[in-house]
Ligand binder design. Structure first.
Ligand SMILES: Nc1ncnc2c1ncn2[C@@H]1O[C@H](COP(=O)(O)OP(=O)(O)OP(=O)(O)O)[C@@H](O)[C@H]1O
Ligand SMILES: [Mg+2]
Length: 150
């Protein structure tokens, strides 16, 4: 319980002190964010991050989405391994965030009007013309797939 409380507190701090990209490239911002998280958790992170060619404002949106996804993992997933991929394709940017934690009923949560994290992630994604998909099952981890057109 203490560990859980500690994780929640750390995620909360992360949540309340959003780090902005402030001009640095997205992949560098993500490395910095995840280095910070490594110090504060026992999660093993596996990163595969391309340099991407999108506007500054899209980079900021993507950064905030990844931040929320990681914040959720810290607070809710009890995961051991997290994989974060940022891939630069011809027409699109792919972002995958994968955890091996407890999982949840994603469809039900997205419809709930009481919590905003996932809802905001989806809206943010659609605002920049992207698609947001989340796959999760209780006991089988969570997989988030985001595609943003360039
Ligand atoms: N990676 C995850 N692993 C397990 N459960 C998750 C994960 N991400 C989200 N959830 C579940 O989905 C719920 C909704 O997530 P959401 O981010 O919308 O809200 P929240 O994190 O509870 O609150 P907030 O509005 O502060 O983000 C969470 O309460 C949690 O039960
Ligand atoms: Mg959340």
């Amino acid at each position: 319980m203490a560990l859980q409380a500690q994780n929640e507190m750390r995620a909360l701090l992360l949540h309340l002190r959003p780090i902005y990209l402030s001009g640095e490239p997205l992949h560098e911002g993500l490395v910095r964010l995840i280095e910070e998280l490594k110090k504060k958790s026992n999660i093993n992170f596996n990163l595969d991050l391309d340099e991407v060619e999108v506007s500054q404002s899209k980079e900021e949106h993507i950064f905030r989405m990844v931040q929320e996804a990681l914040s959720n993992i810290l607070r809710h997933a009890n995961a051991q391994n997290v994989k974060v991929e940022l891939k630069n394709k011809d027409q699109e940017i792919f972002i995958h965030i994968d955890d091996d934690g407890v999982g949840f009923k994603a469809d039900e949560q997205l419809e709930q009007k009481t919590s905003y994290g996932l809802q905001t992630m989806k809206e943010r994604c659609e605002e920049i013309g992207g698609t947001f998909r989340i796959k999760s099952q209780e006991g089988h981890g969570t997989y988030i797939d985001i595609r943003i057109p360039k």
